[in-house]
Design a protein around this ligand. Structure first.
Ligand code: CP3
Length: 357
């Protein structure tokens, strides 16, 4: 296979020297882009957009046509796995995800079967193959999945939740039932990520959006434990042994050492952690991805520029930084603000990699 033309994202993940800091953004494809809204309109629904490889490919590439990004991320959703497990996913306009058959009892969990991602999520693998072909090695492609804990919260709640009443109730009253669900999800996610790698994904990311709502003990027991299983399994399979894996727990700043100890290649951090301290804590063994407060993107371009400078200053000339936000782009953000963010990284970061230490 040909070498990726722009490999600064993969080099930074490997903590190798780079000419400038690589940059991409979580949710870089999405409703803040008018061309995304047009594609989604044509698709008729978000799920149809995800399930039509030509359309998923089209929206994956849209942000790359506008901004000088160093990685593409597969356009899909973390909730494709629960959908394939039979929960019946629908995205309601303005309300977010909704499952027609949420898991409401231990017997619902016991009744779940195994899926074969190559078969049951073939549309995702088709999209990965098509995107790789269309990217033509310009930048690497990131594949992804939700963490077991984060998927379980949606599957048990039936959608988004403000209180997490149902998943917490299950966790505290019937931990073995929850652990049965998390084990099944960990095995399924491992197969799913491995299939994405086989289809062409060059790095893999685990989104643990809700790990941060747990106590340290329960984070270890119900979230990190299963992510560590996934990383370890990917490391033992020959074809994924060398594939970089990024683990992102939103709100996980106090657990960086434990996350790095999973053996992952990179750790995603949100904006509530000081990135300089993060490097001191885990930068010797692990790359770090982040961590601008996405809220800065509501501010004028000069403020965005200054915030990028402040993050780059905090990192200094240490290897292994991938610039990103601390969470995803929101629909109301201006595309020009994203350009200001990306351009500031291009303008300001080369000096950190060449200049005096
Ligand atoms: O980052 C990218 O550009 C790749 C695509 C991607 C999407 N979702 C597209 C999407 C990725 C990596 C995700 C991950 C995802 N999905 C997460 C983890 C990351 C995070 O944000 O914490 C979560 C929790 C989900 C679940 C999900 N999907 C929710 C709660 C929602 C509704 C909220 C919303 O923004 O409407 C979605 C829908 C979704 N996934 C959209 C996009 C572009 C918006 C759907 C639309 O077009 O209406």
């Amino acid at each position: 296979m040909r070498q990726t033309h722009n490999d600064c994202f993969l080099r930074a993940l490997a903590r190798k020297p780079v000419d400038r800091t690589p940059v991409w953004l979580m949710r870089q494809a999405g409703r803040y882009l008018p061309e995304y809204r047009a594609s989604r309109e044509r698709a008729g629904s978000f799920m149809n957009l995800c399930q039509t490889p030509e359309l998923a490919c089209e929206v994956t590439l849209q942000p790359l046509q506008r901004f000088r990004l160093d990685a593409a991320i597969l356009f899909s959703d973390i909730l494709t796995i629960p959908d394939a497990l039979g929960l019946g996913l629908e995205f309601l306009e303005g309300e977010g995800p909704h499952f027609h058959r949420p898991l409401r009892s231990a017997s619902d969990i016991a009744a779940l079967g195994r899926i074969d991602p190559e078969q049951d999520l073939a549309y995702v693998m088709d999209a990965v193959r098509l995107i790789r072909r269309e990217l033509d090695n310009r930048v690497p492609l990131i594949g992804f999945a939700g963490s077991p804990w984060t998927l379980a919260t949606y599957m048990v709640e039936g959608g988004a939740s403000a209180t997490f009443a149902r998943i917490k109730s299950l966790m505290f009253s019937d931990p073995p039932a929850l652990q049965q669900l998390l084990s099944l999800l960990a095995a399924t996610i491992t197969d799913y990520l491995s299939a994405q790698q086989a289809a062409g994904a060059q790095a893999l990311m685990l989104f643990d959006t809700w790990g941060g709502i747990l106590t340290p003990r329960d984070y270890q027991r119900f979230s990190l434990h299963y992510m560590a299983q996934i990383v370890a399994s990917l490391r033992t399979h020959t074809h994924t042994a060398d594939t970089p894996v990024i683990v992102f727990t939103k709100g996980g700043g106090q657990w960086l050492e434990a996350i790095a100890a999973t053996g992952c290649t990179g750790v995603g951090i949100d904006w509530t952690t000081d990135i300089s301290e993060a490097f001191t804590r885990i930068g010797a063994t692990t790359a770090i991805q982040g961590n601008m407060d996405p809220g800065v993107l509501y501010a004028p371009d000069a403020v965005i520029h200054a915030e990028v400078a402040s993050i780059l200053d905090a990192v200094g000339n240490r290897a292994g930084h991938i610039m990103n936000l601390g969470h995803g782009i929101q629909p109301g953000m201006r595309p020009e603000a994203i350009a200001a963010f990306v351009d500031a990284v291009h303008e300001l970061s080369p000096a950190r990699h060449h200049g005096p230490a």
